[in-house]
Design a binder for this molecule. Structure first.
Ligand SMILES: N[C@@H](CCC(=O)N[C@@H](CS)C(=O)NCC(=O)O)C(=O)O
Length: 299
């Protein structure tokens, strides 16, 4: 299992190029070395992860990447979003009628249902502590910052998320954004750049503090090795690619390349390219003023 985990990191590190090379000589933090082991898991029955389309569902992507990286066995159930099948099926699985949702069978008649991504991550971290030890940095200051950024991703960037849906199969060029959306994009790029600068020792983790001057994390991901913060921003890497955003910031650009080379992300994208459903409300059209998703009628 350990070998399987290392492959995506190595492949992505190769793309990280200079950044990865810089990181080879530094001290690895404890969570980066810890073995993952799902054998100590505390669940009573099989797990089912309910997801929507790979092409459009950014929250499904995050939950899926998490279980893949933790190598937690789950049965996947896919319900194509906003289809007649969705309307009838999602109610059977999810109290919020949203996905992802995770179900743990307890007996033949009972189950525990966990919905909303952050709760799913929390639940899996509690139940599979070894397998999910990659989730948070062990340094308490950096962990606090990572948690702030993960929470920000979960609660924010609504202007961007609402008007420019994740649509992995499409790539547009020369897209112009209005101010609110450009602000969201700039903030996401700033977060990526800040994390990379902290990892490379170019910026202190403490505001106004002194940068260490040498790398503090090995690896090309936001905080060195792959963690939950990378999972949270994975859909944003894909979203920026779809709408032709190429950050001027070199560290942010390198980070996007690192993520786009991640084997599990590529596997997800390859699944998206094979899907046939086209959901009109998620298809951005250049000459059409964006109607935010929450104002659109469900078809
Ligand atoms: N806050 C939720 C968001 C889940 C969500 O909005 N999922 C979308 C698919 S990506 C959904 O199920 N949408 C159905 C709807 O809006 O009715 C989470 O973090 O899981």
């Amino acid at each position: 299992m350990e070998r399987k985990q290392v492959v995506p990191l190595v492949a992505a590190a190769a793309v990280g190029g200079v950044v990865a090379a810089l990181c080879t000589s530094v001290v690895l933090c404890r969570h980066q070395r810890k073995k993952r082991d799902s054998s100590r898991a505390k669940v009573s029955g099989p797990l089912t992860l309910v997801l929507a389309n790979k092409n459009y569902s950014s929250w499904s992507l995050r939950a899926w990447l998490f279980v893949k990286h933790a190598a937690i066995p789950v049965k996947e159930v896919r319900i194509p979003i906003f289809t007649p099948q969705w309307t009838t099926e999602v109610k059977k699985w999810s109290p919020s009628e949203r996905v992802p949702v995770l179900r743990e069978e307890r007996t033949t008649e009972s189950s525990l249902v966990i919905w909303d991504s952050l709760s799913i991550f929390d639940y899996l971290i509690e139940r599979f502590p070894d397998a999910t030890s990659f989730a948070w940095p062990t340094n308490p200051d950096i962990r606090a910052i990572a948690k702030s950024m993960v929470a920000e991703m979960h609660s924010s960037f609504l202007a961007l998320r609402d008007s420019y849906p994740m649509n992995i199969r499409k790539e547009f060029k020369d897209v112009t954004f209005d101010a609110a959306i450009q602000n969201d994009i700039n903030r996401i790029i700033d977060i990526w750049s800040q994390c990379r600068r902290i990892s490379l020792g170019l910026e202190s983790v403490v505001t106004g503090g002194v940068a260490p001057g040498s790398p503090i994390f090995a690896g090309p991901f936001l905080f060195g090795s792959f963690s939950l913060i990378d999972i949270m921003f994975s859909s944003e890497v894909l979203r920026l690619r779809t709408y032709g955003v190429n950050p001027a910031d070199k560290l942010a650009r390198q980070y996007m390349d690192t993520m786009l080379a991640l084997p599990y992300l590529r596997e997800w994208c390859s699944g998206a390219s094979k899907e046939t459903e086209v959901i009109e409300r998620f298809e951005w059209k250049r000459d059409q003023k964006c109607v935010p998703l929450h104002l659109q009628k469900t078809s």
